[in-house]
Structure formats: structure tokens, C-alpha cells
Design a binder for this molecule. Structure first.
Ligand code: TRP
Ligand code: SF4
Length: 337
């Protein structure tokens, strides 16, 4: 049986962190076996909010792909590309924007959240819907074009993206109705269960919060960051009995990165006051460094051969464009343009 097409993208945020790894990338790696995967860096989407901060855009895009390759996204199995290398996506975006009612995008809750965050960053805490840029308002329409151009049937996303996906399904249906065709299927979201990985300070892990551990961090940097992890705040001395369930970050990392035997041991020793937090975090740093050592090694090798990485991206772009061109030939025909 032929594999169905799966499409997913990430905005070009630069080097990815362990939260991306545990949530999204491990999942993408597995999906490669079951689906014909199209994985792309959504650089146009990055511009919907960061149009005036493009100094690092090219490096950021490359860094995302380097992380993917290091983690096992395999160019022999999956199509890896930059969104902006597939001009057919822009063409489809224009055509879809013509048929998308204003209020569909205006009421998109994910978009409203994005706008709220943007506003807050600039010190404006107003809950009111602010003026949107034309491009940002089109965010879910562009996402629809990403998916529909590749004839995507399955789209792995986190729960925050489901509202966008709902719009994609509506747009696909509307296109078929208006142009009396069955060209598009309604792509199904595949919800990614994302284990919550907090930043070292106990807040949401994120680049802008400076509390993240990058996949590409070296051992020393990782160890240092792990030593900053929040532990059981009620514990004063190392032979006080600790509370793993109140150890806000370090123990949670153990649960995610260590084997169950180790987790049990940490749990018992902590409760018995036989384990100091500093030693505990030193061990945690080692465990994480061991886990990521082969990935980091692979990343270093790819970065030494950056032309090969560019080739992979260019080849992927050609393959994606060929797929999108097949769709667009039918779309132009259906629209009579
Ligand atoms: N909006 C997605 C995010 O921020 C990224 C994205 C862009 C995407 N286009 C897509 C995801 C198409 C899936 C399919 O995570
Ligand atoms: Fe957390 Fe380990 Fe300290 Fe216990 S000993 S509180 S598990 S860091």
C-alpha cells in the first residue's frame, strides 16, 4: 500500500531545545516509517511576527535543519525543505485567501493567543484584539496552503495548532464546494502528546526565557544549566529528607530522561535524605549528556559539511515543488485561471 502524505512544519526559531526534541522531533522520527513525510522550515510564517528581525533568519533556518538531521530526520525517507523554496505554496495561499471568509481567520483562537503574547511583549496588556498585520491574519491560510499543496492527509501538531487545522479543513471543503471538485481531502490532525518539559527555572521552556537547554549545547554548558535547575525548595541541608514530588524541575527531568531504575533510586535516596541536590543534579547532567552525545556528534559532523546540508535542503525543495506543482496544475484548472 502506498504511504499517505504527512506534512508538518516548524517556524525558523533557530537552535532547538530539549522540549522540541521530546515533544516533536522524536515523534517525527518515528512517523517517517509509516508515512511519506514532508517536513519543512516555515520561514514565511516566521515573518508573520518577525518581519523586522531578519538578521539571523538564514542561520536560524539552517540550525533547525541541522538539529533535525542530527536527531534522525532522514533525507532518504523524508522530504526536508524550506517553505520559501516552494513558490507554489505562495500561489496556493493567494488562491485560498480569495475564498476564505474574513471572520474565519478573525476568530481563530490560536491566532488571538499569538496576538496577545505579541502585545504583552511590548508592554501592552490590553485584552482587546489589536490591529493585525495582513500577513499575520493569513497565518492559518498559509498553513492550509502548506498542507494542501503537498496533498497532506495527516498533520502532526500540538494542541495549540488544532484551531488552525480546523480552518484548513474548512477551507479544503469550501474550495471543493465552490469549484465543484473533489481535489482536496480534509487533512486530519494527529495530536502530538507533548510531555511538559519546563525550563531550568520552572517556567515554560523557551528560547526567549533564557531557561532552555539546546540540543546542540555542549556538555559543559548542559551541566552548568542543569545545576541551575529548581529542586525541592523546602530543603535546606543535604541530609534533610527531600520531596521528589515537590522537586520542580530536576526530578521531572529524571522522569523524562533517566531509566525507571534510576528514577526509583533517586526517589528513595532523596526521601531518605541520602542524596544532596548538587550531587543529584551532577548525575542528571551526565545522564542527559550521555543521551545527547551521539546526536551532538552527528550535528557537529553535519555542520562541518554544510554544503551537504544545503544540498539536502535544495533537493528536498525540488521534490516538494514537484509535488506542489502536481496539485497546482489541478487547482489552476479547477479555478479556471
Ligand atoms: N504553525 C506551526 C507552529 O507554529 C508551524 C506550521 C506552519 C505548520 N505550517 C504548518 C505545522 C503546516 C503543520 C503544518 O508550530
Ligand atoms: Fe530533587 Fe534530587 Fe534534590 Fe531530591 S535530591 S530534591 S530529586 S534534586
Amino acid at each position: 500500500m502506498e504511504k499517505v502524505n504527512l506534512v508538518s512544519g516548524m517556524r525558523s526559531t533557530g537552535k532547538l531545545h530539549l522540549g522540541h526534541y521530546m515533544g516533536v522531533i522524536t515523534n517525527w522520527v518515528q512517523l517517517q516509517e509509516e508515512y511519506n513525510c514532508f517536513y519543512f522550515v516555515a520561514d514565511w510564517h516566521a515573518l508573520t511576527t518577525k518581519y523586522n528581525e531578519t538578521e539571523n533568519l538564514r542561520q536560524d533556518k539552517l540550525d533547525v535543519v541541522l538539529d533535525w538531521l542530527a536527531c534522525g530526520i532522514d533525507p532518504d525517507k523524508s522530504t526536508i525543505y524550506f517553505q520559501s523554496n516552494v513558490l507554489q505554496i505562495a500561489e496556493l495561499h493567494i488562491l485560498l485567501s480569495m475564498i476564505t471568509p474574513n471572520n474565519w481567520v478573525e476568530r481563530d483562537p490560536t491566532l488571538k493567543d499569538m496576538v496577545k503574547i505579541l502585545k504583552n511583549k511590548d508592554g501592552d496588556t490590553s485584552e482587546n484584539m489589536p490591529q493585525l498585520s495582513y500577513g499575520l491574519l493569513g497565518y492559518p491560510v498559509l498553513m492550509s496552503a502548506d498542507i494542501m499543496a503537498m496533498n497532506g492527509a495527516v498533520v502532526p501538531v500540538g494542541v495549540d495548532q488544532l484551531a488552525h487545522l480546523e480552518i484548513t479543513r474548512d477551507i479544503a471543503r469550501r474550495f471543493n464546494n465552490i469549484y465543484k471538485t473533489e481535489l482536496f481531502n480534509e487533512p486530519m490532525p494527529k495530536l502530538t502528546q507533548i510531555p511538559l518539559l519546563l525550563g531550568v527555572d520552572g517556567q515554560k521552556m523557551g528560547k526567549s526565557f533564557h531557561n532552555d537547554i539546546k540540543i546542540s549545547d555542549d556538555e559543559e554548558t548542559t551541566s552548568k544549566k542543569i545545576m541551575q535547575c529548581i529542586t525541592d525548595r523546602s530543603r535546606a541541608r543535604k541530609d534533610d529528607p527531600g520531596h521528589p514530588d515537590k522537586c520542580e524541575v530536576a526530578y521531572k527531568y529524571y522522569e523524562i530522561f533517566a531509566d525507571s531504575e534510576t528514577v526509583n533510586q533517586v526517589n528513595c535516596e532523596c526521601k531518605a535524605g541520602q542524596r544532596g541536590c548538587a550531587d543529584c543534579k551532577r548525575q542528571l547532567g551526565k545522564i542527559i549528556n550521555e543521551k545527547f552525545a551521539p546526536i551532538r556528534q552527528k550535528r557537529i559532523e553535519y555542520s562541518k559539511d554544510i554544503n551537504k546540508v544545503r544540498d539536502i535542503i535544495n533537493e528536498g525543495g525540488k521534490k516538494a515543488a514537484a509535488e506542489a506543482e502536481k496539485t497546482m496544475a489541478k487547482v489552476r484548472e479547477a479555478v479556471n485561471i
